[in-house]
Design a protein around this ligand. Structure first.
Ligand SMILES: Cc1ncc(COP(=O)(O)O)c(C=O)c1O
Length: 394
């Protein structure tokens, strides 16, 4: 059986380093808000290219706390609108409704699978306060046009970077000030005003439990997020805001610090696998839509993929006979997943959207199938999957 995401195998590659980091925390006798957290926050901020990083309990909290912080800062108020792609994972939208803000769903482009930047401006109303982009499947969703729209309309740009750790963007309009070697390159997570990151175990940078982070260059926002995740308190037993408990723990921070050192190499392996899929899957019933003209503008310089990069958190293929394809692969020993079977506007928890028609989103949800793409895969496994896909319905 080729498993979709064998986390044990993925983490086993760093077994000795992880055990050493865990032992270090055990020996320290300090489990929250200590040296391991400070180290990881510093390293991750440096990696992403922001001045600040705040570890929180998970990715949903990261996004929720960003919006809650903006509300405490008076930037947003109950009932204000946040533009968000309709085809995201439900967490992006839950973070908005949790704060009693209103999500405004915008369709993705069928070529990029990311929010269609030509549809954003018409969704803006006097109550719009932010655009939340989601780097879905590990692919950069940012465009210069989105940055420009946010600047022109005075909107906050929030990134959901749960699926795209290490992804980059190249633009002459966005000079980088971080550690990346080429002028104009930035990492996702540093492209807007604030970003939420998830370190759920299955992510490209995955913990051994739940964890998340907020990155930003905005000191006021960073301080507010830190306080809100710590019972609304900057100072012990003094509570300025009605906060919550949302902190990364020392064990997860230490493990993430180990895995961060290997993230670029892991992403490179994902790209090699994806390149083989893109070049050799050849069956009219199985489309790699993510590999269309957008990928053609990705090019290599100094070993980095530029422009709108993709770190292939998920490798989606599309088929009008998706469910049959899934069964066929399972029967032949390949585990797959669907991201996602039911779009947010068709979920029971958002009954009010039941009659919305979002044809591009619905098409993606009806046809998408995620095939294995992770750094512990062997070349033989990749070959087997390609051969099976090419033989589908022969
Ligand atoms: C796009 C997206 N946003 C947010 C989240 C929420 O992250 P978490 O599961 O850590 O709360 C996830 C992952 O689960 C995700 O895929």
């Amino acid at each position: 059986m080729i498993h979709y995401l064998p986390l044990g195998d993925i983490n086993a590659r760093y077994d000795a380093e992880i055990r050493q980091a865990v032992n270090h925390v055990l020996d320290s006798g300090w489990y929250l808000r200590g040296e391991a957290t400070r180290q990881f926050e510093q390293h991750y901020a440096q990696y992403i290219g922001t001045r600040r990083c705040i570890g929180v309990a998970n990715g949903l909290d990261a996004l929720t706390l960003i919006l809650k912080a903006y509300m405490e800062m008076g930037v947003m108020h109950e009932g204000d609108e946040v533009i968000v792609p309709a085809n995201t994972y439900i967490a992006s939208i839950l973070a908005i409704t949790e704060n009693r803000l209103k999500p405004v769903l915008v369709e993705p482009s069928i070529d990029t699978l990311q929010i269609d930047d030509s549809l954003i401006e018409q969704a803006i109303t006097p109550r719009t306060r932010a655009v939340m982009i989601v780097h879905l499947y590990g692919r950069c969703a940012y465009t210069d046009r989105i940055g420009e729209i946010c600047r022109n309309h005075g909107l906050k740009l929030i990134e959901d970077n749960a699926q795209a750790h290490g992804c980059t963007y190249l633009s002459p309009l966005t000079p980088n000030e971080g550690s990346l070697p080429i002028q104009g390159i930035k990492r996702t997570g540093s492209l807007g005003d604030a970003a939420g990151h998830s370190f759920y175990p299955g992510k490209n940078l995955g913990a051994l439990g739940d964890a998340g982070a907020v990155t930003t260059d905005d000191d006021e926002l960073a301080e507010m997020v830190r306080a809100l995740g710590n019972y609304g308190s900057h100072q012990k037993y003094v509570h300025e805001y009605a906060g919550r408990n949302s902190r990364i723990d020392e064990l997860q921070a230490a493990i993430l610090d180990v895995k961060l050192r290997h993230l670029d190499a892991d992403n490179q392996r994902r790209k090699e696998i994806a390149a083989r899929y893109e070049q050799t899957i050849d069956n009219e019933l199985v489309t790699c839509r993510i590999a269309t003209r957008e990928t053609a503008c990705c090019y290599q310089r100094n070993g980095l993929s530029l422009n709108r990069d993709c770190v292939y958190h998920i490798f989606p293929v599309f088929s009008p006979r998706r469910d049959e394809l899934k069964r066929y692969l399972a029967d032949n020993g390949v585990e797959t997943q669907i991201h996602y079977p039911v779009p947010p506007h068709k979920q029971k928890c958002y009954k009010e959207w039941g009659s919305l028609s979002l044809p591009v989103t619905e098409l993606i949800h009806a046809q998408e199938l995620s095939i294995p793409c992770h750094p512990a895969m062997t070349d033989d496994e990749v070959t087997q999957i390609i051969d099976l896909l090419n033989a589908f319905d022969d």
